[in-house]
Design a protein around this ligand. Sequence first.
Ligand SMILES: Nc1ncnc2c1ncn2[C@@H]1O[C@H](COP(=O)(O)OP(=O)(O)OP(=O)(O)O)[C@@H](O)[C@H]1O
Ligand SMILES: [Mg+2]
Length: 261
Amino acid sequence: MVHSHTNVLAIANQKGGVGKTTTALNLGAALVILGKKTLVMDLDPHASATIHLAYYPENITISVLDIFLREEVDWDFLNSVIKRDKRHFFDFIPGSIKLSIVESELKEKPGKGLILKNVIAKLKEQYEYIILDCPPNFGIILINALVASTLTVIPIQAEFLALHGLKLTFDTIRMLNKVLSHAIQYKALATMFDQRVGACKRVVEVLKQNLKDRFFETIISIDTKFREASAKGEIIYNLYPNSRGAKQYLQLAREIEKMGK
Ligand SMILES: Nc1ncnc2c1ncn2[C@@H]1O[C@H](COP(=O)(O)OP(=O)(O)OP(=O)(O)O)[C@@H](O)[C@H]1O
Ligand SMILES: [Mg+2]
């Protein structure tokens, strides 16, 4: 089955520790719960998403690194790299702790920013949603992800300092938009929101006023269940399906689903 309107969601923010990986995994699972064929790809050389799902990057022989370095990517290869484990809800392409070598390996390669976009053109045959967990640092991998995305989701930790870190990410998007034929679409997501803290509420107000419809209505609260699930190598929906965090990522999945209509 060919999905003509596959949504490619790059989860990106050049500030570290803002909830990118948590968003990639839980939004991915929530979309599967809504009945969507979903693939999550770990594009971070720290391989946090891979480790979170209890895969040991040292034991993985074929990974997202091969996607970047192979000349020819066909379905035989893709079937060997995609992990399909019902416990994780979504299909998954594991990361590699060697992924940063693509920066030097591909330096001279023409079209090096379009590698992922070309592979995703093939993956679209099987998936309605493809979610890219991006690294926090700027480089070829992040560019590939932003260029391949139909929507860049920017998780923003709802605290005052987070607003300063945002500039880097917006500079990257603006820089790419100068050379791309289509502007990168983005939407920001408030994460780790603590409703007891006045400063948190003010940050959300500032974001809403500035970003308007480029700010998700859904807000992700701070919830210790995310850390507990990740420590156990599980997705929150397996362990705490009724937690606030689980419900909020489902709400986000519905909001994203509606955008496509
Ligand atoms: N809503 C939340 N409530 C509580 N803890 C959270 C929440 N979201 C994420 N965390 C925790 O915060 C830490 C950082 O989150 P995460 O790894 O998702 O961020 P990241 O942006 O991917 O980080 P990096 O830039 O290092 O890749 C993790 O320990 C995660 O479990
Ligand atoms: Mg991460």
